[in-house]
Structure formats: C-alpha cells, structure tokens
Design a protein around this ligand. Structure first.
Ligand SMILES: *Cc1c(COP(=O)(O)O)cnc(C)c1O
Length: 222
C-alpha cells in the first residue's frame, strides 16, 4: 500500500524549504488527496479541467489548485474563479483569455509561461523565441488581471541524466534572461517550475523553485 503521508514527509526532507512542492494528484481519488491534505500538503496539481472541477468541490477550500496540463481557451472561464496558478500557459491568446475572464471575476490569476525544453515533439510550450516575441509586444503589458510569475518546463522522458540536466539548465538560463530583459525589479517573476518524480533532484540542483510530483507521493498511475 502507498503510504502517502510518509511519502510527503520523505519528500519534504529531500527538498530545500524554499522549493515549493506541488502534489500532482491527476487520476487519483479524492480520498488520497485528503490524506495528503491532512499531512499538511496544500498545493495540488491537476492536468484536466473536468477532473479538477469535480475534485475541488469535494475538498477543503484552502487547497491551492495549480493547473499543469494543456488548457483550451474555451475552458478557461471554468477554472479562473478559483485556481491559484495556471502553469501551462503556452500562447498569447490563452494568456489574454485568462486575463479577460479574471477581470470579469475581479481576480488576478498567477500564470507561468510553459517553455518547450524537451526533445519530444508532443510536449506543449513556447520556444524562447516565441516568448521573447510575446513579451516584446506591448499588448502583453495591457493584461492587468494576470501575473506572470515565471516559467515551467518538462524534461525529456529519458534515463540520460546529462540530457535532463542540460534541459533544466537551459530552462533556468531562459528564466534569468527573461528576468533581466523583461521583468527587472518585478518580484512576481520568480518561479522556475521544473522537476517531477524521476528528476526532481536534478531540477533542484539546477535552480528549481517548484517541483511537481505525482507518483512518488500517490504511487504509480494506471
Ligand atoms: C503528471 C505530471 C507531473 C508529475 O509526474 P510524476 O512523474 O508522477 O511525478 C508533473 N508535471 C506535469 C506537467 C505532469 O503532467
């Protein structure tokens, strides 16, 4: 049996205190999330909107929900009223939609820009060129109901640790470059969300501020 409470305790002993732990609960039942909650965990990540909506109504309202999966613009309005962070922003159109829905509800929504850092073709995300183009354009500065809090990325799914390290290093380099060029003195732009169950230690050694961990907490997914 998976001992969710001990898994969290163990992970917290491995993660420096300034690095945030996002417990990735996708596909896992509400009962498992409650065990983690009762162990003190407050930040949870889900990748599907419908699943997130179903779960959040059954769980304590002080949970900070992070959306970590690809988001379609037509689903933005469903999560904007309560979501704590959208980590998977991968287009200006999506950012603008989040902003417009957030303004309607009187909220400011925290966002991360997802960068494509892996070799795999299928993973979503901006290239650094695309992010740069977006941030250069003045229209991004008119979005007053979103906060751009940093970047997110996923490394290639591989046993090649050097490759994973190089990809995380690249993401951290991108973060520093974006910080210098577009967010100097902006205290909100501070997060580098990288590292999952198989690679979180490498991610932390490359400067991660936020790790997203599922199977090491809740057990393997089917
Ligand atoms: C599923 C998922 C994770 C967690 O993966 P594990 O290997 O189970 O830790 C992290 N980030 C994203 C974007 C995911 O979809």
């Amino acid at each position: 049996m998976t001992d969710i409470r001990s898994n969290i305790k163990y992970l917290l002993s491995q993660i420096p205190p300034q690095v945030k732990l996002v417990a990735v609960s996708k596909t896992k039942p509400v009962a498992d999330i409650l065990v983690a909650y009762n162990a003190g965990q407050r930040i949870f990540g889900e990748n599907r909107v419908q699943e997130l909506l179903k779960k959040k109504d059954l769980l304590p309202s002080d949970i900070e929900w992070h959306l970590i999966g690809h988001l379609q613009t037509n689903k933005v309005k469903l999560i904007v009223p309560f979501v704590s962070m959208i980590q998977s922003v991968d287009s200006f159109r999506l950012l603008k939609t989040i902003n417009d829905e957030a303004r309607k509800t009187g909220r400011t929504v925290n966002c991360l820009l997802q960068l494509h850092i892996a070799k795999e073709e299928t993973k979503f995300g901006f290239s650094i060129q695309e992010v740069t183009e977006m941030l250069r354009d003045s229209s991004v500065r008119t979005l007053e109901s979103i906060k751009i809090c940093g970047v997110m990325g996923m490394a290639t799914f591989t046993d090649d640790k050097d490759m994973v390290r190089a990809e995380f290093r690249y993401l951290a380099d991108c973060f520093r470059k974006l910080k210098t060029d577009y967010f100097p003195g902006n205290a909100d732009f501070k997060e580098i969300s990288m590292g999952m169950s198989g690679d979180f230690a490498i991610a932390i050694s490359e400067g991660s501020t936020m790790v997203r961990i599922g199977s090491l907490i809740f057990g393997e997914r089917n």
